[in-house]
Design a protein around this ligand. Structure first.
Ligand code: AMP
Length: 186
């Protein structure tokens, strides 16, 4: 059973690596950022609630994201495990996942670590290449601050609670980082 949480600051390479883990282990990759961007594009009620927060680089309210994820985790493809990317991003979300976990406890929490100077360069590069609406300089800075304030404590939560956290160095070529992740997960 692989119930994996992927934590790391914006620009750490979570999405790139998550796609590879999904392909290797055959578990669904659940990215709350992607789910929210889809909801915004489709102008659903959830998308309308999330739009301004996502565009500013702020967190969407916990109840909105928690209900999206809980609904997703009830689908049959999550029965044998899943990879959560971008969730939980607050201690309140981690607690909600723990109490609601009909899927069973989390097996591993992987922290993808990249120094902050590298993150800003990567995010600015992605802004040029992909034109994501939340990749402007101001929102990039805000997302990095939000990570430190709201999401870094989630790592401590899992460390204290169950000692589940494994730190993986996210610096280097994409293949090198994938190899480090596989060494942890295999
Ligand atoms: P990401 O693609 O994971 O960087 O997420 C993009 C944006 O979606 C974030 O900056 C937040 O505005 C929002 N978002 C994604 N996941 C969450 C979450 N778990 N809690 C709150 N907001 C989220």
């Amino acid at each position: 059973m692989r119930r994996i949480i992927f934590i790391g600051p914006p620009g750490a390479g979570k999405g790139t690596q998550a796609a590879r883990i999904r392909d290797r282990y055959g578990i669904p990759w659940i990215s709350t950022g992607d789910m929210l961007r889809e909801a915004i594009a489709a102008q659903t009620p959830t998308g309308e609630k999330a739009r301004t927060c996502v565009e500013a680089g702020d967190l969407v309210p916990d109840d909105v994201v928690v209900s999206l994820v809980m609904e997703r985790l009830t689908r049959p493809d999550c029965a044998d495990g899943f990879l959560l990317d971008g969730f939980p991003r607050t201690v309140a979300q981690a607690e909600a996942l723990d109490t609601a976990s009909g899927n069973g406890p989390i097996d591993s929490v992987i922290l993808l670590e990249v120094p902050s100077e590298t993150l800003f360069e990567r995010l600015a590069g992605r802004a040029r290449d992909e034109g994501r609406a939340d990749d402007t300089e101001t929102t990039i800075r805000n997302r990095l601050l939000v990570y430190e304030k709201e999401t870094a404590p989630v790592v401590d939560y899992y460390r204290k609670k169950r000692g589940l956290v494994v730190t993986v160095d996210g610096v280097g070529a994409v293949d090198e980082v994938t190899a480090r992740l596989q060494a942890v997960l295999d």
